[in-house]
Design a protein around this ligand. Sequence first.
Ligand SMILES: Nc1nc2c(c(=O)[nH]1)N[C@H]1C(S)=C(S)[C@@H](COP(=O)(O)O)O[C@H]1N2
Ligand SMILES: [Mo]
Length: 321
Amino acid sequence: MLIKRPKDILSSEITDESVYLKRRQLLMMAGIAATGVFAGQSVVATEAVDSGRGRVLPAVKKSHYSTSQEPNSWSDVTSYNNYYEFGTGKEDPARNSKDFNPRPWSVAVKGACDKPGNYNYEDLVSPHVLEERIYRLRCVEAWSMVIPWVGIPLASIIKRFEPNSDAKYVRFKTLHDPVRMPGQRRRTLGWPYEEGLTIEEAMHPLTLMAVGLYGRELPNQNGAPMRLIVPWKYGFKSIKAIAQISFTKKRPRSSWERSIPEEYGFYANVNPSVSHPRWSQARERPIGAGVFAGKKPTLMFNGYADQVASLYTGLDLRKNY
Ligand SMILES: Nc1nc2c(c(=O)[nH]1)N[C@H]1C(S)=C(S)[C@@H](COP(=O)(O)O)O[C@H]1N2
Ligand SMILES: [Mo]
């Protein structure tokens, strides 16, 4: 992966979500208290501030799988991204995905299952209760964030496709459309982006199909309309804008594994004791902590060892990186 030294965002520049919400409440109260043209203006202003953010998702329930760590700000989460379909710079995805329209959307379900077919977004999502999952995200580039995703346990969605006994792995593909995803016109990776999990990893209760963050629909730069979240693996496993799901007997090869196999393996479990060939994975730089904050130690399985270590008993994690 291209490693540029990103410029730190000063924490004083960040309007975090709680500050933002308080400010919004004040604006609304001012709107109610004021009369005539003033009230009208403040409402307009509030709408204008809101217009850059997606629809609020209904009836999102809390989850005991969430970390109690403070989430990164809306601004961190939506302006510092990896999404090569919209450019390789951290600020490219937000800028270059503005006109991407993630609706209508459908996902092709194929392979070793009894209910293959084309499922549209609404059919996939509407039968399920949405959950908020505040997870740590650890990028293989040694930076990290805490993100309040909204989504559906992947297991609940997968069960509906009735995978059969040949379904040992699940392969995911991002939309392939170089007209709508301008980064796909350049050969930075083999397109479409592909990722894979074992069926056990896919069915694990921590594995999430995310459709939102901060209680709202997913912003384009974060992988609208739906993307995978596997919090104990390096971020590149959490594939965005999923257009195809297949159940396979053979282990799928991810885009990163194909392009640089000696650096990016199939498992990609966060592991502070296995270095990337070009840098150590022992520590990470929390995004948004400010220019003077130091790095902090990276945890085995990104801190989710209690929940997931049993998936890998008997496996040499140094060889199966
Ligand atoms: N399709 C696609 N999915 C992708 C990527 C990408 O370039 N294309 N980047 C990955 C990487 S390296 C990371 S760290 C996360 C970043 O997710 P975020 O931008 O929502 O924080 O998305 C992952 N999913
Ligand atoms: Mo990443």
